[in-house]
Ligand binder design. Structure first.
Ligand code: UDP
Length: 239
């Protein structure tokens, strides 16, 4: 069942159910893509119908962070739990490791995807890292052709939103991958460049606060969270 939060329709799944669905998508013929919208996405999607369609046409739409969850509660149609993109990515890596599949990492500054790949293959030794590419290309088709040549099963697309979603919708199919996931800054985390909040903060739903303390310049971006909640409140009372 889908739950609409300000025009974006989310899959109402637990982390475990999302992983099971991801496993099915990886096993099915054809290309699939997953998106992990946070509150910033919701505001961008309101203004940009193309971006909104690309989000709504994804095979899996997962709520990245507590902001989307709060908005869904205010709207009176609560999502069950947050499924951060990076957790879903970790579950897909564990699965690929079990099956011995091929992984391509696309995005972030030059060198970051390579370092992330080095660390991930240390942790998941049965994954075959079939290629990496930085996220500062100008020709989306050429980047897709490079991915296709590497024949991945699983593809992480970490270009920031909406670039990564638009790229997946336009070029994903031509990569031949089974599952692509738009993951924002995940390669910065997997490469060790950015530290994720400790588990205690994550469990309390305070990952955003940790990130803000570590990178205070994100305050401008994060200020959009209360705006999303206010918009949800307006929608709830019918304004
Ligand atoms: N990025 C990229 N190509 C671009 C713009 C951004 O590869 O043209 C990368 C950037 O280096 C970073 C990621 O995309 O690794 C976006 O990070 P952000 O912090 O915006 O993601 P979040 O996790 O907050 O969604």
């Amino acid at each position: 069942m889908k739950i609409d939060v300000l025009g974006v329709r989310f899959d109402n799944l637990s982390r475990r159910e999302a992983a099971l669905r991801g496993a099915e998508l990886l096993a099915e013929e054809g290309f699939h893509y997953a998106v992990t919208p946070n509150p910033e996405f919701l505001l961008a999607a309101e203004k940009d119908p193309d971006f909104r369609s690309v989000l709504n046409e994804a095979d899996l739409v997962l709520p990245d962070g507590v902001g989307v969850l709060y908005a869904s509660r205010i709207l009176g149609t609560p999502l069950r739990e947050r499924v951060p993109g990076i957790d879903f990515a970790a579950d897909m890596l564990a699965l690929l490791n079990e099956r011995g599949g091929r992984l391509y990492l696309l995005g972030a500054k030059p060198g970051v995807a390579e370092e992330a790949g080095r660390r991930l293959t240390e942790r998941y030794p049965h994954i075959s890292l079939c290629g990496t590419g930085d996220g500062y290309f100008t020709d989306g088709g050429a980047a897709a052709a490079q991915v296709a040549a590497a024949r991945p099963d699983l593809l992480f697309v970490c270009l920031g939103a909406p670039k990564q979603e638009l790229w997946m919708a336009r070029w994903g199919e031509s990569t031949g991958a089974r599952l692509a996931i738009g993951l924002g800054g995940a390669l910065d985390v997997f490469s060790g460049q950015v530290e994720r909040a400790p588990e205690r903060w994550q469990k309390l739903g305070l990952e955003w606060a940790y990130r803000l303390v570590k990178e205070p310049k994100r305050i401008g971006r994060m200020a959009r969270l209360p705006l999303v909640l206010a918009k949800a409140a307006l929608a709830r009372v019918g304004l």
